[in-house]
Design a protein. Structure first.
Lengths: 284, 687
């Protein structure tokens, strides 16, 4: 993959010609290719998405991928779900962690997110941080915690995809921009699409429900309520992960739903649980 | 997952293609558009009837529209996401209509093989019916949320494992924490660590379907504990997974109330010490047959009755409370101090030998002996202490306490303020006594206590005028048991009333039988012995009943009461004697001269006869006539008759007659005989 950096001071208006040699079509095509390369994970995603699925059917499919199944067991018994080793069957594990989370883990496997060598530094700290923050804040925004957890975990899929296709360029871009919004703007400039939007496209392509996709699509629209939780979660994860991060007031990001004084306890909980979740997700 | 585009092959005839195109073009159920790259910009170049209707554009206006105007959320390069060169795409997008309104749709886009033209199919995302259903579902959810939020019952909602998605205000109040601190697994920190496993077990069961409940203590933010019952119900959300609804009942106050009741049932209200019930349970719970190390100390306060009688019951209570406090302060932690009843206390210790137990008893004795001021008087409480350490011979917990009780009585018998360890012999004796009591009870019930009758003679003419009934017990294994033994046993074990009634009734029955057999030759009177413990308000009635039952006149009976029995409670004894006298029975004072009675008092008792004790009669043989003579003279002066007991020789008989004794009784004169032998003996005398 050829890398083209954007000239400083270049036109910020996104256009198809912004990174003419970055082949978005190829990136999109790779999303399908991934599914073909990991058929069981793709099948799990598909089964989990079905309206009429049940724990038995999902666990039967999941059992075909031993590595993924063991991660599901590990996560179900992790401190995050509080079950303290009581989860001894895969079917019960699926029940405990929920279908959405199973689907998320399959997606992680599908997109090679479990291979940290191919990811940006701090990728998992960022995604587990965003996931936990989203999960903890979800009730304030009228969302289900587990859906929010999965959204937080999967939101950075687009970053991984961009990074896979343009490791150097994306690394420099990330280093140069210290805010979430700044990075997204730079990504649009360079690739014609920012990472979260790319995530939305990928998830839509894999058949995820619109409730997962809408927040990703609405993340840049500060007036849109449905993107508010994701913006807040990413902001909190950045505060924990990015060195010298300059915080953006959460009131602005959430239309006043979340106030700064509610943030510290959430940050404490996220910091306390993130490692455990990351280890469970990666299966180390 | 998206499918690859299939190249269009001319597999069907132009007529069919034309027909399909026509059908598609005029359909208003199908929304179809075609986009092409025009001068580097993708624009719509065709639309069918459905597209015209949905979007509100005239076909001519539609056909120049940039695709970006149709899907305004795809900004800049994002159009590429939809208009892909080699693959079809499917995106949920709002499309802008001619009026500017946005309609949520799913846009399916298929590229032509050239890669410069795309067919777009728009499917409106949700129809009115679906929206209405969703609105109804949302309303249900809001109603449920409102219900739980305002409910006074603490409620939890988990949608995944132990993770809570929702808690209501009542639960926040119960724990003293904010919802954010409880959500997720935060609430697990509130559950007492010792109870958490039980809660998780229930959740595991409930997530698998069904209901469950667990009792758990919740630790509030201020450190206080509330005991609760958490009831779990299975909750399944289609497409999501299993969770639970938990409702919580705070049972702290109820348990406290029950505990108070249980405490009251097991504790002495005055001293607050465990009572006999709790003691029994405590010892039973620690008693292991064949093991050792369990010790029992049985304490009985000496002279407690004196304190009660002289200083009043309030002082007595004060003493008991103080003794309880001293006992508690003296024993080791873990030892049990119980109030056994009245002025009796029991201490139970574990892991001690006899020497340890005795040392503790000594320490207790010293602690109790410190002076205590009661009602202005300094009192030094003392206790008799029995000590028992469990041995292999103890088969149950009750035996241990019973032995300790025996040891205490031995201590008491040995003098006050003593400590006695129950030795094997004492234990065996006590056991033997217990067995004998059981057998005596049975003997009384079976009327196996028999009566012998010893004639009493008049000194005037040597004729037999009466008999004395003497109870005998012939034990199947032990042989004859002395009356001194079994009467005392009956008095100690509450059997004296039954024994007395038996003697009374059998004597009357025998008299009636003799009357029937001998007529006027039958014994004129029978003397019956009555114990001190029978001297109560019932005795006169019991005598009257026995006489009536056998059709006898009261004059046929004489009731003998020992001098010492009369002196135990002289006032009430006098009352009972008066009642008996009123019946018409005669009254004799037995063993006269041995009871230190006040002669002045004797004068006021309504008795007819004094029985000169056999010890004074025996002295006659040695030439000591003083006491027998004095007693006989005293009786004469008081107008009473006399019976001399234990007359063994003719000389004694002659001497007693000379001293003025009215009647004689003794082995030398006539031995005690059975009823039948007595009848024959009297019949012989007549002949």
């Amino acid at each position: 993959m050829t890398t083209h950096l954007v000239r400083p001071g270049a036109d910020m208006t996104p256009s198809l010609a912004a990174a003419p040699t970055f082949d978005l079509d190829a990136v999109l095509a790779s999303i399908d290719t991934m599914a073909a390369q990991k058929p069981v994970a793709a099948q799990v995603v598909s089964v989990a998405n079905a309206e009429d699925t049940d724990a038995k059917a999902l666990s039967q499919t999941l059992a075909l991928d031993v590595a993924l199944a063991s991660r599901v067991m590990k996560l179900a018994n992790s401190a995050y779900f509080g079950m303290r080793g009581r989860v001894t069957s895969l079917q019960f594990a699926v029940t405990v962690i929920g279908f959405t989370t199973v689907r998320t883990m399959a997606t992680v496997a599908l997109t090679d997110l479990d291979d940290e060598s191919r990811l940006p530094a701090d990728f998992w700290r960022m995604s587990t941080g965003a996931a936990l923050a989203a999960s903890l804040l979800a009730p304030r925004f009228g969302e289900r915690p587990q859906d929010a957890l999965c959204l937080g975990l999967l939101a950075p899929v687009g970053i991984a995809l961009l990074h896979h296709n343009d490791p150097e360029g994306h690394r420099e871009l990330t280093a140069a921009e210290s805010t979430c919004l700044g990075r997204r703007t730079a990504e649009v400039r360079r690739y014609g699409i920012h990472a979260l939007r790319l995530t939305a496209v990928a998830l839509e392509q894999w058949g995820f429900p619109s409730s997962m996709i809408a927040p990703l699509s609405a993340v840049d629209d500060l007036a849109a309520h449905e993107g508010a939780l994701l913006r807040a979660a990413l902001e909190l994860a950045s505060r924990l992960t990015v060195v010298d991060y300059v915080p953006v007031p959460v009131e602005e990001l959430t239309g006043g739903v979340l106030r700064e004084d509610a943030v510290p306890p959430v940050l404490d909980r996220v910091a306390a649980e993130a490692d455990e979740l990351r280890l469970a997700m990666l299966g180390d | 997952m998206s499918a690859s585009t299939v190249p269009a092959e001319p597999l069907v005839s132009p007529e069919i293609v034309s027909s399909i195109f026509y059908g598609a073009a005029v359909s208003d159920a199908l929304v179809l558009l075609v986009a092409e790259m025009v001068a580097g910009t993708p624009r719509l170049t065709w639309g069918n009837e459905g597209a015209v209707q949905l979007l509100g554009y005239a076909l001519s206006d539609l056909c120049a529209l940039p695709v970006s105007a149709l899907v305004p959320t795809l900004r800049g390069g994002e159009i590429k996401l939809l208009l892909r060169r080699e693959r079809s795409a499917r995106m949920s997008l709002p499309v802008r209509t001619a009026s500017g309104a946005l309609v949520e749709t799913v846009v399916l886009c298929t590229p032509s093989p050239s890669g410069r033209m795309w067919t777009l199919r728009l499917v409106p995302a949700a129809n009115e019916q679906e929206r209405a259903l969703r609105a109804t579902a949302d309303a249900h959810e809001r109603r449920f949320a409102t219900l739980t939020e305002r409910s006074p019952i603490p409620t939890l909602l988990s949608e995944q494992g132990m993770r809570l998605a929702h808690v209501n205000d009542a639960f926040c109040s119960l724990t003293g924490l904010q919802a954010e601190q409880l959500l997720g697994t935060g609430w697990m920190a509130v559950v007492h660590p010792d109870d958490l496993d039980g809660v998780i077990e229930q959740v595991v069961a409930v997530l698998g379907g069904g209901d469950g409940e667990a009792q758990a203590r919740l630790v509030r933010d201020d450190g206080t504990e509330r005991t609760t019952v958490i009831r779990f119900a299975h909750l399944f959300t289609p497409g999501v997974g299993a969770g639970f609804v938990g409702t919580i009942e705070d049972i702290t106050d109820r348990l406290a109330f029950e505990a108070r009741l249980a405490h009251q049932a097991n504790h002495d209200p005055l001293t607050g010490l465990p009572n006999r019930t709790l003691l029994a349970g405590h010892v039973a719970g620690r008693f292991r047959p064949g093991s050792s190390g369990l010790a029992c100390l049985f304490l009985d306060l000496d002279n407690f009755k004196v304190v009660n009688d002289s200083l009043g019951h309030a002082a007595g209570d004060e003493l008991l409370v103080e003794v309880a406090a001293r006992l508690r302060a003296t024993v080791r932690p873990g030892d049990l101090v119980a109030r056994f009843g009245g002025d009796e206390f029991v201490v139970i210790c574990e892991g001690v030998d006899e020497a340890d137990a005795v040392t503790l008893a000594e320490r207790i004795g010293a602690a109790l002996a410190r002076p205590l001021r009661l009602g202005g008087v300094d009192v030094r409480p003392h206790a008799s202490v029995g000590v028992t350490v469990q041995t292999a011979e103890h088969t149950d917990a009750e035996e241990l306490i019973r032995d300790c009780d025996i040891a205490m009585y031995q201590a008491k018998a040995g003098g006050k303020g003593r400590i006695t360890v129950l030795d094997q012999q004492a234990r065996a004796e006590a056991r033997d006594k217990l067995r004998l009591v059981t057998e005596l009870r049975q003997a009384i019930e079976d009327r196996a206590i028999t009566l012998l009758y010893q004639p009493i003679f008049s000194t005037a003419d040597g004729t037999p005028v009466a008999v004395e009934s003497l109870a005998r017990w012939q034990h199947a294994e032990r042989g004859a048991i002395s009356p001194a033994t079994f009467v005392a046993l009956a008095e100690d074990s509450g059997l004296i009333s039954g024994l007395g009634l038996l003697v009374l009734d059998e004597t009357c029955r025998q008299l009636a039988e003799w009357d029937a057999a001998l007529g006027v030759s039958a014994p004129g009177r029978a003397n019956v012995n009555v114990s001190a413990l029978q001297l109560d308000g019932n005795l006169a009635q019991q005598v009257a009943d026995a006489l009536a039952r056998h059709g006898l006149h009261a004059s046929r009976l004489s009731v003998e009461i020992t001098e010492s029995a009369l002196m135990k409670d002289p006032a009430s004894a006098r009352e009972v004697l008066t009642e008996l006298r009123a019946l018409g029975v005669q009254l004799a004072i037995d063993d006269f001269g041995t009871g230190y009675s006040s002669l002045a008092y004797l004068r006021h008792l309504p008795v007819d006869c004094l029985k000169v004790d056999r010890s004074f009669v025996a002295e006659l043989a040695d030439g000591h006539t003083e006491i027998a003579s004095a007693v006989i003279a005293l009786a004469k002066n008081l107008g009473l008759s006399t019976v001399a007991e234990g007359v063994e020789t003719a000389e004694q008989a002659a001497e007693l007659a000379r001293l003025g004794a009215g009647f004689l009784q003794g082995f030398r004169l006539a031995q005690p005989m059975t009823g039948a032998a007595t009848a024959a003996w009297f019949a012989d005398r007549v002949r």
